[in-house]
Write a protein that binds this ligand. Structure first.
Ligand SMILES: Cc1cc2nc3c(=O)[nH]c(=O)nc-3n(C[C@H](O)[C@H](O)[C@H](O)COP(=O)(O)OP(=O)(O)OC[C@H]3O[C@@H](n4cnc5c(N)ncnc54)[C@H](O)[C@@H]3O)c2cc1C
Length: 502
């Protein structure tokens, strides 16, 4: 029998046709081209998880690499623009803050903008931090356009909200045009090499076997190849991120779509509201130890702001990561590799970054331990960094009325996160580890938004006179507002773009 542990990789088999499967197949085929054959196996009978509608800016790079036309993509996936997430009731009931894709102020050498603002604020300066962030201003005004400014102070970074099943369909068309073979069928049995234990093929319920050299496991939470077959194990992080369930329901579209996601904290979790062109996506993420399914459903349905379009669907999960995301000749991508809950819309991004990592370390000449180890090291760090950022939202709360929020405030925080929070608390210092997905601007907005106010600011600020600081702040304040008068309403922009699609 052919032993894939000793063979160059020519045949890649993607198991699963959700967002992970189609995105993996598309990127691998597009980048590696004719040097590999890509086959995707999926089962319509099993279906996909069917949620996952908010993204972060690197999705634009993926679309660009795949050569997708933006207007066509927006029209076909019923997408809208996402500039930020509005976190409501997370610190205390009734308060909100934004985590935007921009950053307050402008980048300054050696010292972040917020230090100057902190000093001015101590002296009674009236404007809030977000008043200096164009993403916030455009989100609040419900406006959007691409801005091609020379000065980065006017950058307006964005991502999309889209219908994930339409995105998978869109990618499927691309894949088939590029020569990816799609096979319909349920995988009944996984065939392994007797000596190496590497996977040699997937047997389907129709009697066919799909053979390959490398297998991408995109079979969702179960991890059919990586876990059920190879037993890669799972690091359970529910002591840090205890939500374990979600109820999702679509509702009618809003008359006016907002260019941001809403994340609304409830008594034992939180609710998302994602505006698409044809409907809203809604879901209640909750911890079943603190609230029953019936109560969670009641919370969701009584907090919809448009008419529901169906019954809520329940999804159970365990936050954490697959202990080995690459094992033998199987790479887990998507939900089979772990799940960190959708608070910062990172899952689709994790699919993208897993494939980029695999492309960097692609085993053209055969799978080796060093490639596997490097891949697993990088993915472990990535998951831990995202986990810390998510945990920050929960632990730094002042919601004393709820058992869930009281308990979560007292969890044992990872040292890596404690360190970051302590530095910021002392004098506003922000540290971004190498390759951290979240920028200093992201850490700043969530730490400050959740209520950590630095006790001091960076000493460099004192080298500038108070008058100069005031004048710098007011000039940035004015500059950030300049584009608003020229950019259209978000809905008008989407409509114009869809009309221009090929
Ligand atoms: C509540 C919730 C909210 C989310 N929100 C977001 C969000 O806002 N943003 C974001 O980026 N991500 C979000 N996600 C994550 C996102 O949904 C997933 O990352 C994404 O859909 C990828 O899923 P997947 O392709 O890994 O798995 P799935 O969609 O479950 O696909 C699995 C595939 O494997 C196939 N399959 C399984 N078993 C077999 C078999 N035996 N034989 C043949 N085929 C098989 C299935 O048919 C299917 O095609 C959310 C997830 C959840 C649970």
């Amino acid at each position: 029998m052919h032993d894939p542990s000793k063979a160059p990789v020519k045949r890649v088999v993607v198991a699963g046709g959700g967002t992970a499967g189609w995105l993996s197949a598309a990127l691998l085929k597009k980048v590696i081209g004719d040097a590999i054959q890509v086959t995707l196996v999926e089962s319509e009978q099993i279906g996909t998880v069917g949620v996952g509608e908010a993204t972060i800016p690197p999705i634009r790079l993926v679309n660009q690499v795949l050569g997708l036309d933006e207007a066509e993509f927006i029209r076909e996936t019923k997408a809208t623009v996402k500039l930020a997430i509005r976190f409501e009731n997370w610190k205390t009931q009734g308060e909100h803050y934004y985590h935007t894709f921009g950053a307050p102020g402008k980048s300054l050498a050696f010292c972040h903008f917020h230090h100057f603002w902190l000093k001015a604020r101590q002296q009674g300066h009236e404007h809030d931090l977000w008043e200096y962030d164009l993403n916030y201003l455009a989100a609040e005004a419900g406006k959007f356009a691409r801005i091609n400014a020379k000065d980065s102070v006017l950058d307006l970074p964005f991502a999309y909200h889209f219908d994930a099943s339409l995105y998978a369909r869109f990618l499927r068309k691309r894949c088939e045009m590029m020569g990816v073979t799609r096979v319909e069928g349920k995988i009944n049995h996984v065939v392994r090499h007797g000596e190496s234990g590497f996977i040699t093929g997937l047997s389907l319920d129709n009697g066919n076997t799909i053979e390959g050299d490398l297998f991408i496991d995109c079979t969702g939470f179960q991890g059919l190849l990586i876990n059920k077959t190879l037993g890669a194990g799972y690091d359970d992080w529910s002591h840090l991120l205890p939500c374990d369930s979600a109820l999702a329901v679509p509702s009618e579209r809003h008359e006016k779509t907002a260019p941001y996601t809403r994340s609304i904290a409830h008594s034992a979790g939180w609710q998302w509201r994602i505006p698409l062109q044809h409907r809203n996506g809604n879901g209640h993420v909750f911890c079943s130890r603190y609230i029953s399914e019936d109560e969670a459903q009641h919370v969701l349905m009584s907090n919809l702001d448009t008419k529901p379009l169906g019954d809520p669907k329940l999804i159970r999960f365990t936050t954490g990561r697959r202990r080995k995301q690459w094992l033998k000749n199987v790479v887990a991508v998507g939900l089979s590799s772990g799940f960190l809950e959708p608070l910062e819309s990172t899952s689709i991004h994790l699919i993208q970054s897993a494939i980029v990592r695999l492309l960097n370390l692609f085993p053209h000449n055969g799978v080796s331990d060093s490639l596997i180890d490097e891949y697993n090291k990088q993915s472990e760090l990535e998951y831990e960094q995202i986990r810390d950022f998510l945990v920050l939202h929960y632990i730094q709360n002042e919601r004393y009325e709820s058992r869930f929020w009281n308990d979560i405030r007292n969890i044992d925080v990872p040292d890596s996160l404690k360190h970051k929070m302590e530095l910021f608390r002392q004098n506003g210092t922000l540290v971004r580890e190498q390759n951290d997905l979240f920028s200093e601007g992201s850490w700043l907005q969530v730490m400050y938004g959740q209520g950590i106010t630095p006790q001091d600011y960076h000493g460099i600020v004192n080298s500038m006179s108070d008058e100069k600081i005031q004048s710098m702040l007011s000039s940035i304040y004015d500059i950030k507002r300049e584009p608003l008068a020229q950019i259209p309403d978000h809905d008008t922009y989407i409509e114009m773009l869809c009309k221009s699609a090929r």
